[in-house]
Design a protein. Sequence first.
Length: 371
Amino acid sequence: MIQALGYAAKHSFSRLKPMAFERDDPKPGEVQIEVLFCGVCHSDIHQVKNEWGNTVYPCMPGHEIVGRVTKAADGGRHRVGDLVGVGCMIDSCRECEPCREGDENYCEGPNSWLATYNGPMISSKKAATGENIYGRDNTFGGYSNVLVVREEFVLSIPEALTPEQAAPILCAGVTTYSPLKHWGVKPGDKVGVVGLGGLGHMAVKIARAMGAEVTVFTTSSDKKAEAEALGARHVEMGKEVTAKAEELTATPGTFDLILSTVPEKHDVNAYVALLKRDKALVIVGALEPMAPVNNQAVAFHRRSVSGSLIGSIGETQEVLDFCAEHGITSDVQVIPIQEINQAMKRVEKGEVRFRYVIDMATLAEDMEDAS
Ligand code: NAP
Ligand code: ZN
Ligand code: ZN
């Protein structure tokens, strides 16, 4: 057993506090990682507060993890000393059709994919079979000093990226890269990004590097200059997340893809009207019932309203390499773990620019208290 330390919440209304726990020693095919940095994704906040209704407590978040391999079998994919990353998934059934086709993030096995924290996922199939293929009741994520992960789910961090700026690519980067790639964004396309936070700022940088002309839709007037500095050609500002068609100056029927990263239920009808024929609005933010879409606006132009969930392991390595090649990093504010509760409040108020990343070395301060 490995004696580990992390920050966890005990209830939906509690602050994250230091928690000592044990991790299993690495089994064949697994690597042990010393966590160096971990990004703070808005999903961590949803999960800690049980906003998706599936949180298992204690809840130790963290799925934008960069660390150093401290134990690995000889001849494996990763060596001791390698700088590696771990994103939202640490395993999947590896047998279902999506897994065989390299779409582990859409795993249809009895427990779906194994989440880095708050896993295994409870799927409708599990409810039917009662089976838990992972043999684990809960997983603890990257707000901790050590992880043990199957080597296929461990990514290589390119040398060109600094560890703290690479961390948000493991979720915010791949969650935006995957739909941009899937929907075939190409040079000259017009791409809209709704919500300029952790995901949104990576979407702007990646879409720009793919050659797209990017428009940012933001509710924060003070983000206009920042959006332009990130590479947005146009910035549209509304007061509410539900944009009113009359407030938007963008021309209807001119966008090739719009990504919504807004973390709450909102009305997307004003954005649907901006899409060209056959093009899609992809919702990657809110994971909840949304306001109704007027299907007249969808059907008349064969548009789609779609969703997308993180990205596969293959896409995660691809986006890391893409970012290294194009000189893209995340704009981060590094914090000690002792500031995590205040940082989460600031994220909810939209005050972060654009991702908090925890320096896990600061966990050492809590070691003595925990031992
Ligand atoms: P974030 O950093 O908080 O950014 C969200 C942005 O949305 C804010 O900066 C703000 O942009 C806008 N916004 C509008 N209403 C808001 C509200 N009530 N609270 C906060 N922001 C609001 O969040 P994130 O880490 O990018 O995550 C965005 C969403 O994506 C979250 O819901 C997260 O759970 C989800 N997510 C989904 C996936 C997936 O696989 N589909 C993966 C990762 C995250 P403006 O100031 O520009 O308006
Ligand atoms: Zn995330
Ligand atoms: Zn599967």
